[in-house]
Design a protein around this ligand. Sequence first.
Ligand code: DAT
Ligand code: MG
Length: 139
Amino acid sequence: MNIEKTLILVKPDGVRRGLVGEVISRVETKGYAIEALRLLNADRGLLEKHYAEHIGKPFYEPLVEFMMSGPIVAIVASGNRVIEGFRSLAGVTDPTLAAPGTIRGDLARDQGTKVVQNIVHGSDSPESAAREIEIFFPK
Ligand code: DAT
Ligand code: MG
């Protein structure tokens, strides 16, 4: 047994397009449990913490601007191997290359923007998940 928790974000493009239910539905029908959920407007300070690994990259500023462009939904989901399982449900970062059947592959495409808009975020390791959950759901 390897019961884990992961942080999922429905990004502003997903919320604007009314895809919150679709994302949650895919998580639930896969069999993962929703543990916490919150709609919020992320500010720069919060995003700096969340995306610390990307500070200094060419897409960092566009990424932060995009993530502040509208409300996001933060979700904690749990289940055995949910961290890699949700990354698999999400598909690869570039929505043009994300496989059909994945969230990004089915629901997103290249919009020609400086930052890739790809509907969802999912933690990429147990360490990231613990760190990110604490940012969005502080105790
Ligand atoms: P992921 O969200 O798949 O974990 P990441 O952590 O490498 O990808 O990057 C965070 C987000 O930044 C990603 O979802 C979209 C955007 N992004 C990543 N690499 C990019 C690039 N080369 N050009 C534009 N946007 C990029
Ligand atoms: Mg990432």
